[in-house]
Design a protein around this ligand. Structure first.
Ligand SMILES: Nc1ncnc2c1ncn2[C@@H]1O[C@H](COP(=O)(O)OP(=O)(O)OP(=O)(O)O)[C@@H](O)[C@H]1O
Length: 561
């Protein structure tokens, strides 16, 4: 792959002649920062015809002490502007109607304050709502009740759409909404106008062959309410495009988990928004009047989006005091000592108790995978496609890194070699049972980044099955598949938006700059019942203590708005 900063510098030199060494060094730092997910770097202003102040539209933009490639400066200011406009819009609310409506949708709760109910009141009272919560804190449950409340208030006339950044996350959202929707204590007419299907954000925006989108400022989306799940995976560029396509009167509800890994590309919009939680006294009073819930003020400096941020903290999925929930809180608090103490193998095999394998030893790992994948291979051997899909989601090995022995490529290779040696799989690349992960959106064949397919041999030829709508299957010959890779193991990054009964989180034996608190948290919270962390104390401790902070100016824009 060509070095981006080298190529960029060459174009700049063609445009403006030779540049100073200082400029070249700064440009290379900026490109490296973008690749690492930052939208800008902190840099003292440099004198160069290529760098301009905001609005000058030179290739690079210096905004106070922040230096950007101008495209990213534009994305950031556009996102900041749109979010602040949205957050400042007031909605007319009839408290006489809203208070009893919320009481009917939210039965009295033992959890105080009832943040689910508060979030619902906030979502009816305002155009922008950002709901952050860990696994099982009730984001889907809450958003369904919000949608019911919004429809009832609007006499069931709203056009609501739901979306998520990846196909897998959209499928999971559709599944949980379908499972949960009919529990809502509302009339048939309201149920009928709550959607059951979420699409990917790309599909919603309408991709064009040149990479641009059909929907934008001049052709806004046709909707009144947009709900976006797994919003922490949205990068700055996609968020800018999404906000551009949002109609002026629409409401936006973003759901996510602020503690999870940020988007792969530049920007950490969701986490940054959540850091700006600062409910005003007037908003706290309004919320109490509407929902009876009294939320606490926060110490953060006030910001125009401060009233929009709602955090759900109580997990209804992990039993109080259960291993995964406890471990997740310790990791989030950066308490490496506490996390390691909890991971002492005292009660290793209890459900939902985390286990720490002290040393990632590849032979043990392979044996562990023999038992973890046993049900899967059985289903494959019996050619039972439905059972194979179910079994495949019960166990997954997640790697912190891509490269190296303990990286996803190394582990996939070792597992294939191991199972070939045992004659469990054939020598063919497309062996029966080869699971694959799609790594690129292909709108033609409707396979999307993150989709998982399983290979079966039919009439002597390999065919790959993907789950379609409901319980249907879609079959493809390998030649028709877009970019893909083997998915016996997945990276933590690629596992976002998925959950498995048992997760093995595999760390490398040496500390690595890509290991961070949010990576450990994201990996371990993919587990529904049991997580085992394979690695050594030092690497795990270092990762838990390291908080990856992305450079960006979005918070500054929102605080100043
Ligand atoms: N207030 C509540 N009281 C009791 N149970 C609840 C409450 N809210 C949610 N639950 C239950 O907790 C479980 C998780 O809820 P839900 O799926 O809404 O959470 P989530 O945050 O969307 O989870 P995910 O991590 O899957 O996105 C569900 O079984 C749901 O019925």
């Amino acid at each position: 792959m060509p070095d981006f900063s080298f190529e960029l510098n060459r174009s700049f030199e063609r445009l403006c002649g030779p540049q100073s060494d200082e400029f070249k060094t700064t440009l290379s730092k900026l490109c490296a920062a973008l690749a690492a997910g930052h939208s800008c770097i902190r840099a003292a202003p440099l004198s160069s015809p290529l760098i301009g102040w905001p609005g000058e539209f030179k290739p690079l933009t210096q905004d106070k002490d922040r230096l950007y490639l101008t495209r990213y400066w534009w994305y950031e200011s556009s996102v900041g502007q749109k979010l602040s406009q949205l957050a400042k819009e007031k909605c007319t609310v009839d408290l006489q109607q809203l208070a009893p409506l919320l009481n009917s949708l939210f039965p009295p709760s033992a959890i105080s304050p009832d943040m689910q109910k508060a979030a619902a009141a906030a979502a009816v009272m305002q155009k922008l709502t950002v709901i952050s919560g860990g696994p099982g804190t009730g984001k889907t449950t809450t958003v369904l009740r919000i949608l019911a409340a919004l429809q009832i208030v609007a006499n069931n006339t709203l056009n609501i759409k739901m979306a998520a950044p990846t196909g897998k996350a959209a499928a999971r959202m559709s599944e949980s909404v379908r499972e949960r929707k009919f529990d809502l204590p509302v009339a048939e007419a309201t149920l009928a106008v709550i959607p059951e299907t979420a699409s990917t954000l790309h599909r919603l925006l309408g991709p064009r062959p040149d990479g641009s989108f059909k929907h934008g400022k001049d052709n806004p989306l046709a909707l009144d309410v947009l709900v976006v799940d797994e919003a922490s995976m949205i990068d700055l560029a996609l968020m800018a495009q999404l906000l551009d396509a949002l109609p002026v009167d629409a409401r936006l509800i973003l759901l996510g988990d602020k503690d999870q890994l940020d988007a792969v590309d530049a920007g950490a919009v969701f986490a940054e928004l959540c850091s700006l939680k600062s409910p005003s006294p007037a908003f706290i009073a309004a919320l109490k009047a509407a929902s009876g819930v009294e939320i606490s003020p926060s110490k953060a400096a006030s910001s125009c989006v401060g009233n929009a941020i709602m955090t759900l903290q109580h997990s209804h999925r992990f039993a109080a005091g259960g291993g995964i929930g406890k471990l997740a809180s310790l990791v989030n608090a950066g308490d490496a000592k506490g996390a390691l103490a909890l991971l002492q193998p005292n009660d290793l095999f209890a459900e939902a108790e985390p286990e720490l394998g002290w040393q990632a030893n590849s032979k043990n790992l392979l044996t562990r995978c023999d038992s973890g994948y046993q049900a899967y291979w059985q289903a494959v051997q019996q050619n039972d496609v439905a059972a194979a899909f179910i079994a495949f989601d019960t166990f997954r090995i997640l790697t912190a890194l891509r490269e190296g022995q303990a990286g996803v490529m190394g582990v996939n290779q070792q597992l294939e070699d191991h199972w070939r040696a045992k004659n469990l799989i054939s020598a063919d690349v497309w062996y029966a049972g080869r699971p694959i992960l799609i790594t690129q959106n292909d709108y033609g064949v409707q396979l999307y980044n993150g989709d998982i397919g399983l290979t079966f041999i039919q009439d002597g030829a390999p065919r790959v099955a993907f789950k379609g709508e409901g319980n249907t299957l879609r079959w493809f010959s390998p030649a028709r598949l877009p970019s893909h890779e083997t998915a016996l193991a997945l990276t933590v990054h690629k596992s976002q938006g998925s959950e498995f009964d048992t997760v093995i989180l595999l760390l490398p034996n040496e500390a690595h700059e890509l290991l961070s608190r949010s990576l450990i948290y994201t990996g371990l919270t993919r587990a529904k019942k049991r997580v085992e962390i394979w690695g050594n104390n030092e690497v795990l401790s270092k990762a838990i203590t390291k908080q990856a902070i992305r450079q960006s100016g979005l918070a500054a824009v929102l605080k100043a708005a």
